[in-house]
Design a protein around this ligand. Structure first.
Ligand SMILES: NC(=O)c1ccc[n+]([C@@H]2O[C@H](COP(=O)([O-])OP(=O)(O)OC[C@H]3O[C@@H](n4cnc5c(N)ncnc54)[C@H](OP(=O)(O)O)[C@@H]3O)[C@@H](O)[C@H]2O)c1
Length: 213
């Protein structure tokens, strides 16, 4: 697949390396490709470009930017370049205020979510929440004694979720489909829960697993 990864932070770099590892043609988008120079030396097969070059290149897109600027990045990518495409969304609506006893603050409410805002503004794109509630070091083929961890996903388009589940399978995850875009109200805060252990116990390598009976 041709995958366009929007972002130059740790998540974008980890996921882009994962797409390359699994044989996908990958372009990484940023306002400043110089930021990716060192990463590119280790991942020379990746192409680098602007947000719009990358959105145009990808048949599938991965959004991995600061939550508060996610809409700005998609505007720069160009809505025509998003139309009809799967946009996997790893972003969390984390506010700039510091955490309280390890609990992050969000700029959304429980009746709202970042992904719903993005889906409303870019109705022709098929957003699927994924990779938002685990650390970047565990995103690609993580190893746990208890077996595969669970990635909670949601989104309105069934075909987009099927493609996401196939990618997650390659990346060593089992998928739990939690429904339509509104379920992002429940999935985005999993990041808060995940980070509590980091901030309070300095544990950053855990992942969630859903158990069924
Ligand atoms: N860190 C983790 O382990 C982790 C785990 C799960 C989910 N997440 C979520 O994944 C997302 C990415 O996290 P991250 O830690 O990799 O990176 P980040 O520091 O949250 O975001 C970096 C990206 O945001 C873009 N950005 C920042 N300000 C901007 C602006 N004013 N205009 C346009 N773009 C701007 C940067 O663009 P340029 O490339 O142009 O500089 C860069 O690509 C976040 O939403 C985060 O909550 C993070």
């Amino acid at each position: 697949m041709k995958v366009g990864v929007l972002g130059s932070g740790d998540v974008a770099k980890a996921l882009a390396a994962g797409f390359l590892k699994h044989g996908h043609q990958t372009m990484v988008g940023t306002r400043d490709t110089a930021k990716l120079a060192e990463w590119h030396r280790g991942n020379p097969k990746a192409q680098l470009g602007s947000f719009s070059d990358t959105a145009e290149f990808g048949k599938v897109l991965m959004l991995a930017v600061k939550g508060s600027v996610a809409a700005d990045v998609l505007r720069a990518a160009g809505s025509a370049n998003l139309a009809g495409k799967l946009v996997m969304d790893a972003c969390n609506p984390i506010a700039d205020a510091p955490p309280t006893n390890g609990v992050l603050k969000f700029f959304t409410t429980l009746e709202d979510s970042l992904m719903e805002r993005l889906q409303k503004e870019f109705p022709n794109a098929h957003f699927v929440k994924a990779f938002n509630s685990v650390g970047n070091a565990q995103m690609v083929n993580p190893q746990y004694k208890a077996g595969k961890p669970t990635m909670f996903i949601c989104g309105n388009d069934e075909a987009a979720k099927k493609t996401t589940a196939e990618i997650l399978d390659q990346f060593g995850w089992e998928t739990a489909d939690m429904g339509k875009v509104e379920s992002a109200r429940a999935i985005e805060p999993l990041c808060m829960l995940w980070c509590v252990l980091g901030f309070t116990k300095n544990e950053w390598t855990h992942a969630f697993k859903l158990l069924h009976q």
